[in-house]
Design a protein around this ligand. Structure first.
Ligand SMILES: Cc1cc2nc3c(=O)[nH]c(=O)nc-3n(C[C@H](O)[C@H](O)[C@H](O)COP(=O)(O)O)c2cc1C
Length: 441
């Protein structure tokens, strides 16, 4: 039953993905102090490109260099080093696969390492203490500038040779903040009813399309739900999918959660919490509950956006289940992330019909117990916990970028988190110093 995994997929714009396996976006944090691509990114992506996936989506690249998600994010604007960017893209397309740039702005999810005054739709602080400053509300004119920034980045991506772009509207970043009534309290035409909250996303998609022209893949990553009461809920996601279908996008990727309610890496149990009026899929079985975190939401989204290819990301690990998902028409593309950190060429093995499950190192990472567990009642602890587990994956990405092999055994994540925070603080300081030096020179 592996045939569909290897089947090409023609997107509405005419571009063809060579198979149905996609590397979902993972921040690499391997850019330099000028936010440009580096040889480490080239090494990493050449390895992934040669690994056999039909589509690689970059970790988020930023559209505005004042606001980073972390040091080492690449920024696409008029100051970008195009030679370095082209070298990265050449490495990332070496295997004949597609390589898309994921365009993002962190909004209030900009850490204090990078800004004491982030911007957001409204001045609503992220209720995760410590790392995030209270944002200020964007002026209307700034909203227009940000839409133009997304379009400018898309144009830079196309000129550098990326074979498509993905607009990141998920995981609680700026566009997702506009979509959620918890973070968007605006009373103008950018807030309030869903059509207003979705306006920023739709205008970004239109501006990006205008910048790249027809015949070029434009995708969107959307939360199936934020999994928070009073937030962006599943019914909202279905409506936004309908709106996006009318815009003529080429691929819709479904994920879920935010920094406040981390879900995209499986911390949320399937069928639990926050969404309005959705019964879990009656076919839900052990595998379904364990993997494919968001598949139960894909049906309604698919029905609302017929003709838009659907990518579902998060949790896929069993080849037979992956094939069944494609054969059942529940998804067209399967987004996979963490297995790429430990076994960069697993897609080739999967496409060759091997029945082995994909590596799932996340299952072996040691994180806290009891009050400090991933299911702690404290949002702060849950967020730190998720970050601790993620830090181990950043470490493997760093190793691949250095031309080293990934670590075989996931260990305790807290020391890795502390190392990550130390590295991030140091790089953020160095980056600030280099920006000041550049302005002075
Ligand atoms: C280290 C790491 C970095 C990530 N960075 C991003 C990112 O930049 N953009 C994004 O949309 N999702 C990001 N994600 C989420 C993944 O794309 C994916 O949705 C998630 O890991 C679940 O898929 P998996 O179970 O196959 O790992 C990241 C995940 C990890 C582990």
């Amino acid at each position: 039953m592996t045939t569909l995994l290897a089947a090409p997929l023609t997107l509405p714009c005419g571009a063809v993905l060579p198979n149905r396996i996609a590397k979902a976006a993972m921040t690499e944090a391997l850019g330099d102090l000028h936010d440009d691509a580096t040889p480490a990114l080239e090494r990493l992506y050449r390895r992934w490109s040669d690994g056999g996936a039909g589509l690689l989506i970059s970790g988020h690249v930023m559209v505005d260099r004042r606001f980073l998600e972390q040091a080492g994010n690449v920024v696409l604007d008029d100051q970008t080093d195009m030679a370095a960017l082209r070298a990265w893209v050449a490495a990332g397309t070496h295997g004949g696969n597609h390589f898309w740039a994921q365009l993002n702005h962190p909004g209030r999810q900009t850490t204090r390492f990078h800004s004491d005054r982030p911007v957001a739709p409204s001045a609503v602080a992220l209720p995760v203490r410590g790392f995030f400053a209270r944002p200020r509300a964007l002026e209307e004119s700034e909203i227009g500038e940000l839409i133009a920034a997304f379009a400018r980045s898309a144009g830079v991506a196309r000129r550098a040779g990326f074979t498509g772009v993905q607009v990141h509207a998920a995981h609680g970043y700026l566009i997702s903040q506009f979509l959620s009534p918890r973070s968007n309290r605006r009373t103008d035409t950018w807030g309030g009813p869903l059509e207003h909250r979705a306006r920023f996303l739709l205008e970004v998609v239109r501006a990006v399309r205008a910048a790249v022209g027809p015949g070029y893949p434009v995708a969107v990553k959307l939360n199936s739900s934020d999994f928070q009461r009073g937030g962006f809920e599943h019914d909202d996601a279905v409506e936004v999918a309908r709106m996006l279908a009318a815009e003529g996008i080429d691929l819709l990727e479904i994920s879920g959660g935010t920094y406040e309610r981390v879900a995209f890496a499986g911390q949320r149990r399937v069928g639990a919490g926050g969404q309005r009026g959705r019964a879990p899929d009656p076919r839900a079985a052990a595998t379904r509950a364990r993997e494919a975190y968001f598949l139960e939401y894909a049906h309604a989204i698919r029905a609302a956006a017929p003709g838009v290819p659907l990518m579902v990301s998060g949790g896929f690990r069993t080849p037979s289940f992956m094939s069944e998902t494609l054969h059942a028409g529940e998804a067209d593309v399967l987004g996979i992330a963490r297995p790429f950190c430990v076994e960069p060429d697993f897609p080739a093995r999967l496409l060759a019909g091997s029945a082995d499950p994909l590596p799932s190192p996340e299952a072996r990472i040691r994180i806290g117990r009891g009050w400090a567990s991933p299911h702690s009642p404290s949002a702060d602890l849950r967020a730190y916990n998720a970050q601790a587990a993620t830090a181990w994956f950043y470490r493997q990405i760093e190793r691949l970028g250095a031309g080293e092999e990934p670590e075989r055994r996931p260990g305790a994540s807290v020391p890795v988190l502390l190392r990550y925070l130390w590295r991030e603080g140091r790089r953020a300081r160095q980056r600030r110093a280099s920006r000041v030096a550049r302005r002075v020179a």
